[in-house]
Design a protein around this ligand. Structure first.
Ligand SMILES: Nc1nc2c(c(CN[C@H]3C=C[C@H](O)[C@@H]3O)cn2[C@@H]2O[C@H](COP(=O)(O)O)[C@@H](O)[C@H]2O)c(=O)[nH]1
Length: 331
């Protein structure tokens, strides 16, 4: 089983049955044109648009030497990469930078035994000056990571990555098998739906952090750590920022009931039809947007399109309509 196939197939079924969210084909076509003109026209890929070293946010000191610390950093980052919206002004970048500073100050801070026994004040310090919601939950996610790495991978996330043998899909399987906190799925009208946002963004972030390395499955001379021959299998990462971008572009259309809840900043319950339909339709809409760009001749990966849409959302978040607000541990 390829977990990314489970994501595509199960979200396609949700999108076809959705009552509160519709994908508009005309919106897809016009956004594809817009992205082509504004972002993709002058260059065929977006590498310099969205890079791991944007804004001096991330740690990657030992990536060039294939070191283990960048890998450990990304695993901690994406174990915590969820639900920033309840704390005013707190963003993903505050976490990414906070973890980077912690690691530079103490290279042993993310050792598996330290993670396995991490306490609330330590985790809170990684979000300074903000206090994140769900602090006890975030401690549990870090401890789970530390315990799993200590028990199965000699304490090092890079050993888990090695075991995936340059396959992004196998890496997703290994993370899902060992860390329940990444098992981002739901049940919609009696069918299981797989979103797998943090486990996929973990793989995308590892690939970005180590320099977007290209490896060929059957050519061992190209094999290098955090290079993945099947990185194209990944879907977009079902967060709350990208749907916020797609809605005013006319790509996603919400029911008046859903619009009213979002406009009133009401919480949309985790696992509700509305929440699952937003996330599943966003994945499907980005798949369709990606297909439209490929037809236009652009060699862009789904995850690069995701990063582009997310960055557009980050840059415009004050002027965009509100995003949906779900208290989740997955995104
Ligand atoms: N779909 C998607 N969602 C992403 C990211 C990222 C960061 N990725 C960067 C890292 C390496 C690359 O260079 C990317 O630029 C964070 N999020 C999610 O957004 C949400 C909003 O967070 P905020 O706006 O801060 O509050 C939150 O659920 C967070 O988990 C992404 O890329 N795609």
């Amino acid at each position: 089983m390829d977990p990314t196939t489970y994501v595509r197939e199960s979200t396609k079924r949700v999108a076809s049955q959705a009552e509160h969210v519709k994908i508009n084909a005309q919106g897809i076509a016009s956004l594809a044109d817009k992205l082509e003109q504004v972002y993709l026209g002058q260059k065929d890929t977006i590498h310099d648009q969205i890079a791991w070293d944007f804004g001096d946010v991330h740690y990657f000191d030992d990536a060039k030497e294939n070191g283990p610390l960048t890998c450990q950093y990304v695993f901690v980052l994406d174990a915590l990469n969820f639900c920033f919206w309840p704390t005013p002004d707190m963003e993903y970048e505050h976490l990414a930078r906070g973890l980077k500073h912690a690691l530079k100050a103490d290279p042993s801070v993310f050792n598996a035994d330290r993670l396995a026994n991490v306490d609330e004040p330590t985790v809170a310090s990684w979000f300074a000056p903000f206090t994140p919601p769900q602090l006890d939950e975030r401690v549990r996610k870090v401890q789970e990571l530390g315990r799993g790495l200590a028990r199965f991978f000699d304490g090092q996330a890079i050993n888990l990555v090695r075991q995936a043998n340059y396959s992004a899909v196998e890496l997703i399987r290994l993370v899902l098998a060992h860390f329940p906190g990444f098992q981002d799925h739901a049940v919609y009208k009696g069918n299981q739906v797989f979103l797998y946002k943090r486990v996929q963004i973990l793989v995308g972030d590892l690939w970005a952090a180590y320099g977007r390395r290209v490896v060929q499955k059957d050519d061992p001379s190209t094999h290098v750590i955090c290079g993945f021959y099947d990185i194209d299998h990944l879907t977009m990462f079902a967060d709350y920022r990208v749907p916020q971008v797609l809605r005013p572009e006319g790509v996603l259309e919400y029911s008046s009931e859903l619009e009213a809840l979002i406009q009133a900043k009401e919480q949309i319950p985790f696992g509700s039809h509305m929440e699952i339909e937003i996330r599943a339709s966003t994945i499907q809409a980005v798949e369709q947007l990606h297909a439209a760009l490929v037809v236009k001749g652009h060699k862009i990966k789904v995850i690069e399109l995701d990063w582009l849409l997310w960055q557009i959302g980050e840059n415009a978040k004050e002027s965009l309509p509100f995003h949906h607000r779900t208290l989740s541990v997955f995104y």
